[in-house]
Design a protein around this ligand. Sequence first.
Ligand code: AP5
Length: 219
Amino acid sequence: MILIFLGPPGSGKGTQAKRLVTEKGWPQLSTGDMLRASIKAGETLGQKAKTYMDRGELVPDDVIVGLIEERTKAKDAANGFILDGFPRTIPQAEALKKMLERKNSSVNCVLSFNVSDRDLVERLSGRRTCSKCGEVFHVKFSPAKKADVCDKCGGSLIQRDDDKAEVIQKRLSVYHQQTSPLVEYYEKAKKLVALDASASPDKVWDTIMDALKKCSVPS
Ligand code: AP5
């Protein structure tokens, strides 16, 4: 089972992928999380990536493809995985196709998350992330019980550097220019299932469960 979560920044890919991890045990391969972990660890790769991320631009394809290639070799990815935030360009999608073909495998399904830009700005500007465990909150839609403190581990909640207003606009325009062509790419490959991701997280979850039946992925 290989599932792609395709959608603009803030469309809820991470929120829903984490629930799939919890409820189904499918590993989530988030390129954004991998890059942030590399930054936190002070690695050269992370330092290089940070310059792009802080500007709201995409990290070069070769860096990202290398990361995913390594991550998919791990034992927990042997029976499939959820790709969250990858691929984001046509060259990344082509690289993924070749990578999977070498293993006689292919993508089962691409879930395309649709949310208006206005709602995305509200979601991203109100997002708060735990600096310790990475749990995600929203000041309005899923607030922490105690302001700025993580419900799960007590860590402090921070705003991601790329969730500042000017960077959000850049990320949205990068999505429309460089990533949205993947909708047509996967539509042509008959892999795409479009989702209305503007509803509440629980409603979006139900939609995903229905969508998975259409992709003939065990749900
Ligand atoms: P990445 O970390 O992947 O960010 P993104 O795709 O921009 O996605 P986000 O994490 O911002 O949003 P999400 O869809 O996961 O939404 P979430 O569930 O958190 O990438 C960051 C950067 O890394 C990129 O800009 C780029 O530089 C680089 N990068 C990463 N991958 C790359 C690649 N493949 N190629 C090149 N560069 C790459 O939800 C958002 C908020 O909304 C939360 O607060 C949440 O609580 C709330 N929320 C979620 N669902 C709902 C709902 N249904 N209703 C109301 N609120 C909701």
